[in-house]
Design a binder for this molecule. Structure first.
Ligand code: F3S
Length: 88
């Protein structure tokens, strides 16, 4: 497990050094989220707040490549550790 907030290298290399594409997804744990709203402030393209101020990921949580850094930043800044970022 990597340290909280550590950003991994996004581009992985396959055989022969060719880049392999990865899909990055975010998911908000609704049981942990306490509505601090840092995620939506840092990455409004990825998170929305509901009427109670709790966050949810936009769409199916797939993160466009240009927003991957913001996804990791939001994760690192959630005081409740409610944001999961996965790479597949
Ligand atoms: Fe909730 Fe963390 Fe965002 S507590 S509103 S997921 S900063």
């Amino acid at each position: 497990m990597r340290p909280s907030g550590a950003k991994p290298s996004h581009t992985q290399r396959g055989k022969g050094g060719a880049p392999l594409s990865t899909t990055v997804r975010i998911k908000v744990d609704r049981d942990r989220c306490q509505g601090h709203a840092r995620c939506a402030a840092l990455a409004p393209e990825l998170f929305r707040l509901d009427e109670l101020g709790n966050a949810h990921e936009i769409g199916d949580g797939t993160v466009p490549e240009a927003l991957v850094d913001k996804a990791w930043l939001a994760k690192a800044n959630c005081p409740e550790l409610a944001i999961e970022v996965t790479e597949t």
